[in-house]
Design a protein around this ligand. Structure first.
Ligand SMILES: C[S@@+](CC[C@H](N)C(=O)[O-])C[C@H]1O[C@@H](n2cnc3c(N)ncnc32)[C@H](O)[C@@H]1O
Length: 211
């Protein structure tokens, strides 16, 4: 049987996707200012999932400077979808809007300066894809609202689920029949931090396979 590649972290670090000068500048800014962005691997994963599912309505909870939003909005530009990105820090929300503009993607994305938890609690809008990246202790209270706002078959991706504050969310999601989920603990070059968990879940519902 074939063996695992020697020094897999070095090897996979060399397979990180190429990115634009703007994204590289945002990564440099994030390092300098200690902004915990998803980095190129999870960014590309967001693009791939949004593109492959053809998600028309995408909601991002926690946007910071707009790094992850750029990947989601790129998919929207190709599928005719639309991203709503929620960020409660006014300066960050402005930077995110400016960066989406620089990326030529502002036609596909709205950045709203709001408390994401309060906004989803008050919302009745339905989404195809929700990306969760707010304070980890808010993941659990956000979960019931995500279940209500995601259409059956809709996708939830939660970042940083290896943080202790995300543990109650992980357990609740794992035990809730409203979801099918996988939690992955992964090496994620240039993610903050590089060893972290990602959770992918699909909202079960009327189209659930019962066989
Ligand atoms: C991990 S950073 C987001 C990084 C971004 N998703 C990226 O990868 O480019 C988390 C952001 O969520 C914001 N945030 C945290 N809790 C929030 C809340 N309840 N409502 C809105 N924004 C929130 C913080 O201000 C911070 O900018």
């Amino acid at each position: 049987m074939s063996e695992i590649i020697a020094h897999p972290e070095t090897y996979f670090r060399n397979l990180v996707p190429e990115r634009s000068d703007l994204l590289l500048a945002l990564e440099e800014e994030a390092r300098r200012e200690d902004i915990p962005i998803v980095g190129p691997l999870v960014g590309e994963l967001l693009y791939i999932l949004a593109r492959a599912t053809g998600a028309q309505k995408i909601l991002e909870l926690g946007t910071a400077t707009g790094y992850s939003a750029i990947f989601l909005a790129q998919a929207c530009a190709e599928t005719g979808g639309r991203l709503t990105a929620l960020e409660w820090d006014d300066a960050m929300a402005r930077r995110a809007a400016a960066n989406l503009e620089k990326a030529g993607l502002s036609a596909w994305a709205d950045v709203k300066c709001v408390n994401a938890l309060e906004t989803i609690a008050a919302s009745t809008e339905h989404f195809d894809f929700i990306f969760m990246d707010i304070e980890k202790e808010d993941y659990l209270p956000a979960l019931a609202h995500c279940a209500r706002l995601l259409r059956p078959g809709g996708l939830l991706l939660a970042d940083n689920v290896a943080f202790a504050d995300a543990a109650p969310f992980n357990r609740a999601l794992h035990e809730d029949p409203a979801w099918r989920e996988v939690s992955l603990f992964a090496f994620l070059p240039e993610h903050s931090p590089e060893h972290d968990g990602l959770c992918l879940a699909v909202r079960m519902g009327a189209d659930t396979f019962k066989g």
